[in-house]
Design a protein around this ligand. Sequence first.
Ligand code: FAD
Ligand code: A2P
Length: 270
Amino acid sequence: MTAQPSLRTAAALSDAQIVTDVRHYTDRLFAFRCTRPRSLRFRSGEFVMIGLPGEDGRPILRAYSIASPAWDDELEFYSIKVPDGPLTSRLQHIRPGDELILRPKAVGTLVHDALRPGRRLWLFATGTGFAPFASLLRDPETWERFEEVVVTHTCRQVAELAYGREIVESLPGDPLIGDLVAGKLRYYPTTTREPSDRMGRITTLIESGEIFRDLGLPPLDPAADRAMVCGSLAFNLDLKALLESAGLREGANSDPAEFVIEKAFVGDGI
Ligand code: FAD
Ligand code: A2P
């Protein structure tokens, strides 16, 4: 059985791409790859609209961060499975060879252009908020711009860290960027609802100073530190407050500054 009611409908909508690979991580998380339209240009960290044709033939489209870097011939996405979600209740069943709709226009704020030059880049993610960082971490520009890159990823369960861990662990041996990454990468995964080596919300670990002690780093400093944040609205707001209290200012494409933020999803009622 295929995930789409009508492949012909998807093709007729143009913007149709072919799924090339699907990996399931947990009953709530999976990643997939698909062909990349020649017309799609994007900066690592941006998002596009992707989807499937609905029962009535009209597309069901949702925002998705591109998890692959800008140089990759294919596109990768990292996705939640919402049991009754209009898109992901079906998207979770895609298989190689299936068609996806992809609007080839990328936008977003988690891009290098929105940050002023700095010494150290902090990437703060919860859940699927890791997706844009999976793109940025595999982009040579990230490693050329910064002397150090600290990746934090917080999830409820250990198994939910697996996709991010795979990406991070692949970097030192990556033929394109392995040499650039050497000595610059710090990885700080935490869980909140299952025991692991390091537990706690990243906001709590920043407030207590524990993360800086663990990593042997000084507190956040607007002269040296730059940050990108991607998680739920509540997470983003809490982290934004912490960054601002350390003196960092929010940047934008048109006005680069010390940190940038993007929601990993739009929550219920928001
Ligand atoms: P929806 O009706 O869209 O969502 C139903 C409910 O599920 C939401 O109200 C929310 O409570 C919850 N939910 C939705 N998405 C998530 C999520 N990612 N994590 C936890 N809970 C969620 N989703 C991804 O899986 N990967 C991405 O890379 C991604 N990038 C996004 C980038 C942006 C800028 C935005 C705004 C959203 C992004 N999303 C991403 C969310 C995505 O657009 C959809 O909401 C998601 O795929 C679920 O679609 P749905 O139609 O099944 O359910
Ligand atoms: P917690 O388990 O304490 O809620 P979710 O699956 O709800 O999107 O959460 C993903 C991860 O982000 C969880 O580990 C969760 O911790 C953490 N988290 C959720 N909201 C916040 C917040 N406002 N500040 C810091 N961490 C948060």
